[in-house]
Ligand binder design. Structure first.
Ligand code: ATP
Ligand code: MG
Length: 255
């Protein structure tokens, strides 16, 4: 579980995160939504330890990041997996090379141990024939699977994903979302996902944090988000015609 207490993060004179508090539970897919520029990526980078907030506490299963020693911070970072927007695979490495990379960087495992682990995670993301292919030779959906395999190869306690299904068609996007949710439950990971995608909200929004202008505007579940009267949330959620109709149906049902 990650507990966030009153996080502030500024760049120069502009305060981007203005005091966010929330909790992200283990074994759950926690989503962060909000308009472009609301601070989702900055917040995720704070959770990853890439940005250090000026104020506030982020605590990982009881470990307050700011009070850890350098070694403890490094150990904690190795418990984190990440999937960046656009997969961020190394083009010059094969699928296998990409997934093995964190093991080569951070462990002293033998080649055969690493190979065994790579085979397990590639199988877990349903990629069995792609070991020797290069990223350019596989589809966008497969690239995301490779990125997920790489993110979980070190057996992380925490998984952070920034727009993991951007650029995918809606069906493939849902497959990727479901894969992330299954893995989260199976390995009891605390997963935090930034997304724009209302399909993701509906499918895997076990906990949703809605950011607006660097503040927590609302939080709840996917069941609750379609019922809330919070105007900022409904504006965001029902910005598409389809969702406006869904909301209308809810309102009619209620009355
Ligand atoms: N390294 C940085 N230096 C200065 N300002 C930054 C930096 N990173 C982000 N910002 C600013 O912080 C604000 C929030 O950006 P952020 O990337 O977190 O938005 P976002 O919610 O992830 O948007 P999107 O949905 O488009 O990805 C923006 O105004 C951005 O310009
Ligand atoms: Mg972003």
């Amino acid at each position: 579980m990650i507990v966030v207490n009153d996080i502030h993060k500024s760049f120069g004179d502009s305060e981007i995160l203005k005091g966010i508090s929330t909790t992200f539970e283990k074994g759950k897919t926690n989503l962060i939504i909000g308009q472009s520029g609301s601070g989702k990526t900055v917040f995720l980078k704070c959770l990853l330890g890439l940005f250090e907030p000026e104020q506030g506490i982020i605590s990982y299963d009881g470990r307050d990041y700011s009070s850890l020693t350098g070694d403890e911070k490094r150990d904690l970072r190795q418990e984190m997996g990440m999937v960046f927007q656009g997969s961020a695979l190394f083009d010059s490495m094969t699928v296998e090379g990409n997934v093995m990379f964190p093991l080569e960087m951070f462990t002293k495992q033998s080649k055969s141990e690493m190979q065994e682990r790579v085979d397990i995670v590639l199988k877990r993301v349903n990629l069995i024939d792609a070991h020797n292919k290069f990223p350019a030779e596989i589809s966008g959906g497969m690239q995301k699977r490779v990125a997920i395999a790489r993110a979980i190869v070190m057996n992380p306690k925490y998984l952070f994903c920034d727009e993991p299904n951007s650029g995918l068609d809606p069906k493939t996007a849902i497959l990727i979302d479901n894969l992330i949710q299954e893995i989260t439950e199976e390995y009891d990971i605390t997963t935090v996902i930034n997304t724009h995608d209302m399909n993701s909200v509906m499918e895997i929004g076990q906990k949703i944090l809605f950011l607006k202008n660097g503040l927590k505007e609302w939080e709840g579940t996917n069941k609750e988000i379609f019922k809330t009267d919070n105007a900022a949330v409904t504006d965001f959620v029902y910005s598409s015609e389809l969702f406006k109709k869904v909301r209308q149906m809810y309102i009619e049902e209620r009355n």
